[in-house]
Ligand binder design. Structure first.
Ligand SMILES: Cc1cc2nc3c(=O)[nH]c(=O)nc-3n(C[C@H](O)[C@H](O)[C@H](O)COP(=O)(O)O)c2cc1C
Length: 375
């Protein structure tokens, strides 16, 4: 299956890009995932100079997300080029650099440094930075500010320019339009939502900065709505993010679809053996946990995708407890076996769509929260 994705002149191996600030400078994660297998790695936001960021406390857990006010701590663009970019190049990463500025000129200067450096694939503009010449209003909260920063950077770089829109505006679509009119190659959204947490004992804000940005599952439906609105407004590519949590669903439904298209006889035998092992274990009073793992491994192998196999193994540790919890529920092992059989049947029939749908339903039913992804 061809997963390549185009953003202007840039072709990515696949559409999976690690979001800025959630993946350090990339190299910190090279032992967890092969950076070259990702569509892109977007590094932490960089100003011209180093910044310490805000003092603690900078992070608060909330019921369905996380609040952060890191204050854009960073090594500055020159140290990034010298100390981090060579390693990223060596690792074969497609590097997106998220850039920041307190003035329009700072964005331009940072963009110039990166345009002269070897190994930068694209510039993502973090336009959620306060413009100190305009009383601190964020560039991305004013249409003129958005248009101004995008067109200024556009003029000094050959690299794809991707402004990252803030969700803290009434109509993100009009900002998408301003960005496209200014020459953006793509837009990305959403950044975090302005939010606050208060300590009920002290009656004071928990974050040292008072307010912070909310990310995580709570924001996903709003992010989906905003991406939808922007899609109606502009035709340039949109990189969507915000609250995407269900890696297993994304990876394993793709595994099932590919398995239907690529399986060999040996793969089918392996899948069949896993079904038989699960039936035997359940008949003997067990929960079929090992056979469940065996089935999902067999489907992964049948997909014949190095990238998906690697992603599956990267999340294996996260799946272990939910698998145990799910299969310990009364009646669940038998239901899971029936769903495995449906997936296997679609794979055998070479029906990718049905295989993916059956896997999606299976994983949704397995989830102990009963959550069903609908986007
Ligand atoms: C700790 C942290 C640091 C972040 N740093 C940046 C940053 O430097 N530049 C930026 O544009 N977005 C930054 N973001 C926003 C994320 O890239 C992303 O847009 C947001 O977290 C929503 O996605 P999520 O819910 O999947 O985390 C940061 C987010 C977090 C949680």
């Amino acid at each position: 299956m061809d997963l390549t994705t185009k953003i202007g002149s840039l072709t990515l191996r696949n559409p999976v890009i690690a979001a800025s600030g959630c993946f350090g400078y990339g190299l910190e994660y090279r032992h967890v995932v092969d950076l070259a297998s990702l569509g892109g790695v977007c590094v932490k936001g960089l100003y011209m100079a180093e910044r310490e960021g805000h003092p603690p406390q900078r992070i608060v857990e909330t019921p369905s997300g996380m609040l952060n006010a890191i204050g854009l701590q960073g090594v500055g663009v020159h140290r990034f080029v010298k100390e981090h970019l060579p390693g990223l190049r060596e690792a074969g990463a497609t590097v997106f650099v998220n850039i920041c500025g307190t003035t329009l000129d700072e964005y331009v200067q940072v963009a110039k440094v990166l345009s002269d450096a070897e190994g930068v694939a694209a510039i993502e503009l973090n336009i959620s930075c306060p413009n100190i010449k305009e009383g601190g209003i964020q560039f991305g909260c004013s249409l003129d500010g958005t248009y101004g920063v995008v067109s200024a950077v556009r003029q000094v770089t050959h690299l794809p320019v991707i402004p990252k829109l803030t969700p803290n505006v009434t109509s993100p679509a009009s900002f998408a339009r301003a960005a496209a009119d200014a020459g953006a190659d793509a837009i990305s959204l959403v950044n975090t939502f302005l939010a606050m947490a208060i300590d009920v004992e002290t009656r004071k804000p928990i974050l040292s900065n008072g307010m912070g940005g909310l990310s995580g599952p709570a924001i996903r439906p709003i992010a989906v709505r905003m991406v939808y609105e922007c899609r109606q407004a502009v035709s340039i590519p949109i990189i969507g993010m915000g609250g995407i949590m269900d890696a297993r669903d994304a990876i394993e439904t793709k595994n099932a679809a590919l398995a239907a298209a690529r399986h060999t006889d040996v793969d089918l035998d392996r899948i069949e053996a896993a079904l038989e092992a699960m039936a035997a274990d359940i008949a003997a009073g067990g929960h079929g946990i090992e056979a469940d793992e065996q089935f999902h491994d067999a489907v992964t192998q049948a997909a014949h995708s190095g990238l998906l196999a690697q992603m599956t193994s990267a999340i294996a540790g996260l799946i272990a407890d939910p698998r145990l919890e799910s299969l310990s529920r009364p009646g669940r092992p038998r239901a899971a076996l029936r769903q495995h059989q449906a997936i296997a049947q679609a794979i055998r029939a070479g029906d990718s769509k049905t295989a993916a749908r059956a896997m999606h339903r299976h994983l949704a039913d397995s989830a102990s929260t009963g959550h069903r992804g609908v986007e």
